[in-house]
Design a protein around this ligand. Structure first.
Ligand code: ADP
Ligand code: ZN
Length: 691
């Protein structure tokens, strides 16, 4: 028997090895193995099994050394998908495979160093190696520092004095979580000199019911060895528990509704259901205006796939930004739903992944990498808001697009792929009109909600008339805000630039302050009084004079969320306002917290960047204001018109989602632009036709 193995190296090639006799019954595609490649051992993965050696090979093939995983990490269909990704995105297969394994489930490489001759060293470094005979690189790095260890070992190896070998082991954490429960009232048994144990026990005093080990480490700096000692004394017990990985803890949870699908939803659901039963790959595009009930179709299709014993992946742009949809799946399907999100830390991610492998989770709701999770018997993949550019992985290999990968995975698994959007990307619209995707249409918002009234304000004309050149708000928007607040409803305002002012320029010589790394203009942040590059995070102090001509006449241009917030605070002085942008949501869980507080009514006005445009559903919001609709039109991106259209259209859909009619005020300097026109008239067809 022979196997093909790829290695997680920049080598776009598979190697054939023979299988050691005793492993003939054990080898499977998707297992990791240790095999020697060149002079060293490497870890690799079996991607194929054959009964014959390659025809052009005549000698005797090496056999690999050992199998790491008794059960394959990936099934054959997922391996096929990873092979496709490798070809399509020009990334070596070994690297694609590595990227699909959570880092805590990866093998840790350790370099083992052995002296082959007398080193005749008189210094500490060589004596250390000689005394130990076999040394681990990590030990040398700890003792002498990484740089010294690497250069000295390299030099001695080139002189032929050392031999190096790779060894692989699992990383420390195996995804176990413990609750530490103290047995209070027995502290007299700790010896007086065991200060650390006493301190740990004092901390535990405050948690008679027990506390998670992770929390003890993070918040109280009490670590496992001390806990072990207390456990040996019988003072604490360790209980294995499931990790607490719910990103929606702080989210305001509306009660689930009892829902009867309307006629259009029923048609869409029936089509999807039939394709699930037929067990053939079918791509659908669910084209539905905001609030038309797409999520209800997703939920019903998911329930049906589950009944058929199939598993389901739901891709969302980002769970923290759109908690509603994840929450609706959780509340309907309970503890078989895994939330795969960016806040998962090493051990939690590993645990979740293992539970997916063991089929304890049958539904995965998550951002783009959820498309690669090892669910078995996949029957349905849903891609919500398929046009979102966060589905594209930009900066690490493989640079894949999760929607496209979802389609190929669907093909491999003979599953249904359901793309959903009110404003599909142009390529998806094309695939829909050319018949590659089957179209499903939801044209009506659910019965009680009426389409919002949209006002388009020409800001150029507004300023001519009012002669007020600094107020970010038009008269129409101001009166609409007052009216909404008087009715005890909430307002969402949208300004797609964070910071205070996006540019600073010299009035005398036209100098503008740019980032020394990438030449993007620096944004002034009033909070912290800094100039910041939003591209690379470079920071500089705010200049008080022009470095070119010494003029003191510097002026801020453009308008960021901080400036809008300031204007709001002065014009609506006793209204609680919440600003949501990258600067106010850095901490873990900050998004969900702010959105939850807004949903609970603690704020009357929510002001934010594009991050608030995605999938928000607040019953009490009846006014949406877009401060500057065309800010995205000037970005040097071939999609800028498309994304402007999608953004303005989506934001408009945020208003009046409950039983109250909604209103939208869109301010623009280019009110005649086709993307603004189509978005404010909610004419999707026209937009796609002209493009
Ligand atoms: P979308 O995902 O298209 O934006 P949702 O599925 O979130 O729309 O539906 C919008 C709102 O309408 C939700 O509050 C949902 O509970 C409600 N809804 C959807 N379909 C129905 C229905 N058939 N009957 C009653 N309410 C519905
Ligand atoms: Zn100047």
């Amino acid at each position: 028997m022979y196997v093909e193995i790829v290695f997680p190296l920049s080598l776009d090639q598979a190697f054939t090895y023979s299988v050691p006799d005793e492993l003939n019954d054990v080898v499977q595609v998707g297992q990791r193995v240790i095999a020697s490649l060149g002079r060293r051992k490497q870890q690799g993965m079996i991607i194929g099994i054959k009964s014959d050696p390659p025809s052009d090979f005549t000698g005797k093939l090496k056999s690999f050394e050992n199998i790491v995983d008794p059960v394959p990490v990936f099934g054959g269909k997922l391996i096929n998908l990873l092979k496709w990704m490798s070809r399509y995105y020009f990334t070596p297969l070994g690297k694609v495979i590595q990227s699909a394994i959570p880092s805590d489930a990866r093998l840790k490489k350790e370099i083992i160093i052995q002296a082959t001759a007398l080193l005749h060293g008189s210094d500490e470094f060589t004596r250390f190696i000689e005394n130990h005979r076999v040394v681990r690189m990590s030990a040398l790095k700890r003792k002498f520092g990484a740089e010294i260890a690497l250069t000295r070992v390299g030099r001695l190896q080139r002189q032929g004095l050392l031999e190096l070998e790779n060894e692989f082991e699992f990383k420390g954490t195996r995804g176990k979580h413990y609750l530490v429960v103290p047995d209070l009232g027995r502290d007299s048994e700790i010896p007086t000199n065991a200060r650390a144990q006493q301190r740990a026990f004092d901390v535990l005093n405050d948690f008679p019911e027990g506390i998670a080990l992770d929390k003890l480490k993070e918040e109280h700096e009490v670590y496992m060895p001390i806990i072990k000692k207390l456990a040996d004394r019988g003072l604490v017990k360790l209980q294995e528990v499931e990790p607490d990985i719910d990103p929606l803890k702080d989210y305001h949870r509306p009660p689930p509704k009892d829902i009867q699908l309307n006629h259009e939803q029923q048609i869409a659901y029936n089509e999807v259901k039939r394709s699930i039963d037929e067990h053939i790959f079918t791509p659908f595009m669910l084209f539905g205006v905001a609030g038309s009930g797409k999520t209800e179709v997703y939920l019903n299709a998911t329930a049906h796939a589950l009944e058929q014993g199939r598993s389901i992946i739901i891709l969302v742009p980002e769970i923290a930004l759109a908690p509603q949809i994840a929450y609706r799946f959780q509340s309907r399907f309970g503890n078989i739903v895994a939330l795969w999100h960016s806040g998962l830390k090493g051990a939690e991610r590993l645990w979740t992944w293992q539970q997916i492998q063991k089929s304890r989770f049958r539904i995965v709701v998550g951002a783009r990498s959820a498309v690669l999770t090892p669910l078995s018997d996949l029957g349905l993949i849903i891609v919500d808001e398929e046009q979102e550019n966060s589905y594209k992985q930009q900066d690490t290999e493989p640079r894949y697009h999760a929607r496209d990968v979802a389609l190929v995975r669907g093909r491999e698994e003979k599953a249904v792929v359901l793309l959903g959007s009110a404003t599909p990307s142009l390529e998806t619209y094309f695939n829909l009109s050319s018949g590659r995707y089957k179209g499903l249409h939801l044209t009506k918002r659910w019965e009680k909600a009426k389409p919002p009234l949209v006002d388009l304000v020409d800001m150029g004309a507004e300023r001519e008339e009012t002669r007020d050149y600094s107020n970010p708000f038009s008269r129409k928007l101001i009166s609409a805000i007052h009216e909404t607040l008087e009715n005890d409803k909430q307002v969402i305002l949208f300004q797609n630039r964070r910071g205070y002012a996006p540019v600073i320029t010299c009035k005398d010589c036209n100098w503008t302050m740019a980032c020394p790394h990438d030449e993007m203009s620096l944004t002034y942040h009033k909070i912290g009084n800094k100039m910041r590059c939003h591209f690379c995070d470079f920071e500089a102090p705010t200049p008080s004079s022009c470095p070119e001509c010494r003029s003191l006449d510097l002026k801020f241009g453009g308008m960021g969320t901080q400036m809008v917030e300031e204007a709001l605070e002065s014009q609506f002085s006793d209204v609680p306002i919440c600003r949501m942008d990258m600067d106010t949501t850095r901490g873990k869980g900050a998004h969900t917290k702010l959105l939850g507080d807004f949903a609970r009514g603690q704020y009357k006005i929510l002001l934010g960047t594009q991050m608030i445009a995605k999938g928000l559903d607040f019953e009490n919001v009846t006014l949406v204001g877009v401060i500057n609709a065309d800010s995205g039109l000037h970005f040097p991106d071939f999609r800028s018109r498309e994304t402007t259209f999608q953004l303005v259209y989506q934001v408009s859909g945020r208003s009046g989602r409950g039983e109250h009619p909604g209103r939208v005020v869109v301010q623009s300097w280019m009110p005649d632009d086709i993307s603004i026109q189509c978005a404010t008239r909610t004419d999707v067809k026209l937009f796609y036709k002209v493009n």
